[in-house]
Structure formats: structure tokens, C-alpha cells
Design a protein around this ligand. Structure first.
Ligand code: HEM
Ligand SMILES: *[C@@H]1O[C@H](CO)[C@@H](O)[C@H](O)[C@H]1NC(C)=O
Ligand SMILES: *[C@@H]1O[C@H](CO)[C@@H](O)[C@H](O)[C@H]1NC(C)=O
Length: 320
């Protein structure tokens, strides 16, 4: 039996050999669109790269959209739906309101992929999964084969979004429990939190940390207090790690220096059971990249709609 396939990729000017275990997990399939629309994945990549040329942060924002999609009733594109008379959009949930971004880029990707395919064959949920992978790779992270064939929901749930998307104020047991409800383990929690090697946070999410926490480097806290006052400036931005446009190990090495930005970041290195994993990833980019890939595939397999369940939306913002 063939266990490992070897592919040679020429992407972004680098030659890379990747060894990809052929997954036997779940109903998704990395070759799902190969026959029906072989141009689909290149089209997604083109629009993602175009968006990243305009704004590096967009890669982070697209990665986060896939995460917030998968944690609410599975990876079904529900986060992209606008409100209707029968439900309120997840865009207004606690974690997403004035925070989740990249919806216009997703619209552009979907428009382009449907154009090259000649009809809507690629789901919005799959667009998010591929855009997240392309973003990570473009910013120096690992490459992986995205498993595909998700279909889109016809409804969204702000209640579930509020209940299931983790909050930055959670402690380690709460974070572990939150991920466990999605079928994700402690290792998935730690390595996927490494997504915070990219992007930014608003002051409102890290204010308690820089004024009230004791497990914080004092110079780091003072620097952030200049950006994030005790009162006001709620949406002022600070990078989640010192290199917010590079997928690297800085997120983890900063945790070991008590320089995690969010309470939930530092919770991963605070004398508990996850300290050793944080240490490991802080000094081993290959290890981080490899485990990140595995956990992204696992996260991407949370309760997908397949077969004749759900639909392929024409417009990611509303059901057909
Ligand atoms: C472990 C629990 C997690 C919590 C509590 C959490 C919380 C947050 C918060 C509060 C922000 C800042 C949002 C804002 O201020 O507007 C943020 C940003 C971000 N999160 Fe997480 N997150 C978690 C896990 C993850 C995971 C698993 C990923 C992806 C694999 C991820 C990817 C990102 C990215 C890329 C950003 C930056 C987005 C941007 O700059 O637009 N996060 N997260
Ligand atoms: C979302 O944010 C806006 C401000 O931009 C606010 O008016 C609205 O009440 C918020 N919605 C929810 C549901 O919190
Ligand atoms: C810090 O803690 C005090 C006492 O619990 C509380 O009153 C205050 O609101 C907290 N400040 C921040 C910024 O969280």
C-alpha cells in the first residue's frame, strides 16, 4: 500500500519537497476538484496573493476566518452568511463583531473561482480552507494538501458562535475544554494557537493582561500600555508576535519570555502541562510547521457537510 507520496512544488520562487501522508480520514478528499475544475485551486491562490500584496495582514485575517468557521457547527461557511429575517449573522458574535475581516477578499475569490470553473462548483467553506493554507504558505509557513469537498450551510448561529469560539480571557483548563468539544486535543490547542505567529489584536483583548497580569515581562507590558490605554483606544492594534507577517517560532519563544499578548496565549506557558510543547515549538520551526499542518487538517475536518447535505452557494453571503 502506498503510504507516502512525494511531490515537488515550485511555488513562490522556492523549490520545496513535501512529504504528504495520504490521509484516510473522513469523507474529504484533496483531489475533490481535480476533475470537475482543475483551475479552481490556482485561481484561489492568485486572488489570495493579490490580496496579500495589498496588505500582508490579510493572510492572518483569512486564516482566522477558517478557524472561526470550523468552530461553529463545523467548517460549513456559516461565518460568511449575512443576517436574514430568520437568523443573525455570526459576523456580529462576540469574537467576530468589529474584528473578523477579509469578507470582501472571500467574495473576490469566490467570484473568480466560479468564473474560471464556469459555474459554482467550489463551496465557500472550501474557499476558506484553501485561502487559509495559501496565506500561511505565502507568509513563510508550511504547505499542505487541503482536504476538500465541504458543502455550505444554509443557516448560521450567533448563539453557537458566542458559545464555541474561544475567548482571550480563558485559562488553560477552559481552553483545553473548548478545543476538546471540537474533537481537538491539547497538542492541537497549542500548535493551532501558533496561528498567532501572524496578525494583530485590538487593545480590548489584551488590556487586562498588560495592566493586571503578573506573569508578564514588565518592559513588554509598559511598551503595550503606550499603545493601549486603561480607558479608550479599544481598537488600537498590537502584533500578536514581533513578526506578524512571518510564520515563524517567535510566537512560542515570546511565550517562554512571558511576552504573550493575550491572556489565552500566556496561559499556554504558565507552569502547566503545555509548557513543554511551547518550549519544543519555540526552537523547532520544522516541528511546529509539521504539527501545524496536521492540526489544520484535523480542524478542517470538523463536521463538514458532504454528499447531498448543504449546498454550493453562488454568493457566500447568502443561501441560494
Ligand atoms: C486558542 C484560542 C484562541 C483565542 C482565545 C484567540 C483569540 C484571538 C483574539 C482575541 C484575536 C484578536 C482579534 C481582534 O482583536 O480583533 C485573535 C487574532 C487572530 N487569531 Fe486567534 N485565538 C485563538 C486561536 C486561534 C487559532 C486556532 C487560530 C488559527 C489557527 C487563530 C488565528 C488568529 C489570527 C491569524 C489572528 C490575527 C487576525 C488578524 O490580524 O486579522 N487564533 N485571536
Ligand atoms: C457590533 O458592533 C457595533 C459597533 O460597530 C455595535 O453597534 C453593535 O451593537 C455590535 N453588535 C453586537 C451584537 O454586539
Ligand atoms: C484590573 O483589576 C481590577 C481589580 O480586580 C479591576 O477593577 C480593573 O478593572 C482591572 N483592570 C483591567 C484593565 O482589566
Amino acid at each position: 500500500m502506498k503510504m507516502v507520496s512525494r511531490s515537488c512544488l515550485y511555488l513562490g520562487g522556492i523549490i520545496m519537497f513535501s512529504f504528504v501522508a495520504t490521509a484516510i480520514s473522513g469523507p474529504l478528499d484533496p483531489n475533490f476538484y481535480d476533475k470537475v475544475c482543475p483551475q479552481a485551486l490556482p485561481a484561489i491562490k492568485t486572488v489570495v496573493l493579490e490580496a496579500l500584496r495589498q496588505e500582508r495582514r490579510m493572510g492572518a485575517s483569512l486564516l482566522r476566518l477558517h478557524f472561526h468557521d470550523c468552530f461553529v457547527n463545523g467548517c460549513d461557511g456559516s461565518i460568511l452568511l449575512d443576517s436574514t429575517s430568520s437568523f443573525t449573522s455570526e459576523k456580529f458574535s462576540l469574537a467576530n463583531n468589529n474584528s473578523a475581516r477579509g469578507f470582501e477578499v472571500v467574495d473576490r475569490i469566490k467570484w473568480e473561482v466560479d468564473r474560471v470553473c464556469g459555474r459554482p462548483v467550489v463551496s465557500c467553506a472550501d474557499v476558506l480552507a484553501v485561502a487559509a493554507r495559501d496565506s500561511v504558505f505565502a507568509l513563510g509557513g508550511p504547505y499542505w494538501k487541503v482536504e476538500l469537498g465541504r458543502r455550505d450551510s444554509t443557516t448560521a448561529s450567533i448563539t453557537t458562535a458566542d458559545a464555541d469560539i474561544p475567548a482571550p480571557f480563558m485559562n488553560l483548563p477552559q481552553l483545553i475544554d473548548n478545543f476538546k468539544k471540537q474533537g481537538l486535543d491539547v497538542k492541537d490547542l497549542v500548535v493551532l494557537s501558533g496561528g498567532h505567529t501572524l496578525g494583530f489584536s485590538q487593545c480590548r483583548a489584551f488590556r487586562t493582561r498588560i495592566y493586571n497580569d503578573t506573569n508578564i515581562d514588565s518592559t513588554f507590558a509598559r511598551q503595550l500600555q503606550a499603545i493601549c490605554p486603561r480607558v479608550g483606544g479599544d481598537s488600537n492594534l498590537a502584533p500578536l508576535d514581533p513578526t506578524p507577517a512571518h510564520f515563524d517560532t517567535k510566537y512560542f519563544s515570546d511565550l517562554t519570555l512571558r511576552k504573550g499578548l493575550l491572556p489565552s496565549d500566556q496561559a499556554l506557558f504558565n507552569g502547566g502541562e503545555t509548557d513543554s510543547l511551547v518550549k519544543e515549538y519555540s526552537s523547532d520551526l520544522d516541528d511546529f510547521g509539521e504539527d501545524f499542518t496536521k492540526s489544520m487538517i484535523k480542524m478542517g475536518n470538523i463536521k463538514p457537510l458532504t454528499g447531498n447535505r448543504g449546498q454550493i452557494r453562488s454568493n457566500c453571503r447568502r443561501a441560494n
